[in-house]
Design a protein around this ligand. Structure first.
Ligand SMILES: Nc1ncnc2c1ncn2[C@@H]1O[C@H](COP(=O)(O)OP(=O)(O)OP(=O)(O)O)[C@@H](O)[C@H]1O
Ligand SMILES: [Mg+2]
Length: 241
């Protein structure tokens, strides 16, 4: 579904990503793990067209998308939940969801194993009942956990086929982390494909099918989650756990 091949990304003159390659297959949860400043967010932004790579290729569903504008990528079915969430503070939860609704391009919903046609507010509230309860609260008055849920819910309203999640569990209390993990698992059951950037290795080990480790802008390790769980050496070297 997503192929990233040898991308080099810069911020101005700073060379950040050095030939990053990764693949995400339909229906997988793939974790991109790495310490602070390793290049996770830059990889996500490169895929989403926010910091287009200067070299290398990105393909989504077989189509070359390198350098495409973010709004076009969203229309093609990539949902992005940035680490800073960007909730509209003056709008209510319901309004935040409403303005994110997208009537998607023709898309084969036969893939959606639940048989639901599209995401709408009702279906989003089913996944996140806590959001329903605060439907009329302003975005600016939400707790960290509520903002995280809303950011994911908002991305779902765009009916993505691939969801890029940048550190969804960061700063959440352990109980909320577990709840969010369950919700992400439910998303996988609907057939959604997920690329998850995480520093929280435990969470990634519970959720992911496969994992990559990025360090200093280079992929240092790739393998199944089982392999990563057993490979303490690699985890100690790049992740300090
Ligand atoms: N806007 C920017 N301008 C210049 N350098 C940047 C910018 N954003 C990030 N960087 C640098 O790029 C490198 C990779 O940062 P990135 O945000 O991709 O890491 P990350 O893995 O997401 O880290 P974190 O876990 O802290 O979110 C870091 O060295 C960072 O200082
Ligand atoms: Mg980051």
């Amino acid at each position: 579904m997503l192929e990233v091949e040898g991308i080099h990304t810069f911020y101005g003159l700073s060379h950040i990503l050095f030939g990053v390659s990764l693949r995400v297959e339909l229906g997988e949860i793939v974790c991109l793990l790495g310490r602070n400043g390793a290049g996770k967010t830059t990889t996500m932004k490169s895929i989403m067209g926010l910091t287009p790579p200067r070299q290398g290729n990105i393909r989504f569903k077989g189509e070359e998308t390198t350098g495409m504008e973010p709004y076009l990528l969203a229309r093609k079915g990539i949902g992005y939940v940035p680490d800073d969430r960007r909730i509209f503070a003056d709008l209510t939860v319901g309004e935040n969801l409403e303005i994110a609704a997208r009537s998607s391009e023709p898309f084969d919903y036969a893939q959606d194993k639940t048989g639901f046609a599209q995401w709408d507010e009702e279906r989003v509230y089913e996944l996140f009942p806590a959001l329903k309860e605060i439907e009329s609260r302003k975005g600016g008055c939400l707790s960290g956990g509520e903002q995280k849920m809303l950011a994911i819910a908002r991305a779902l309203m765009g009916n993505p086929e691939l969801l890029l999640l940048d550190e969804p569990t960061e700063g959440l209390a352990p109980m909320l982390v577990r709840a969010l993990e369950e919700q992400i698992k439910k998303l996988r059951e609907t057939g959604l494909t997920v690329l998850l950037a995480e520093q929280n290795v435990r969470s990634a080990l519970r959720l992911g099918d496969r994992g990559y480790i990025i360090d200093n802008g280079q992929i240092r390790y790739q393998g199944s989650i089982e392999e990563l769980r057993e490979n303490e050496e690699v985890r100690k070297k790049y992740l300090l756990v």
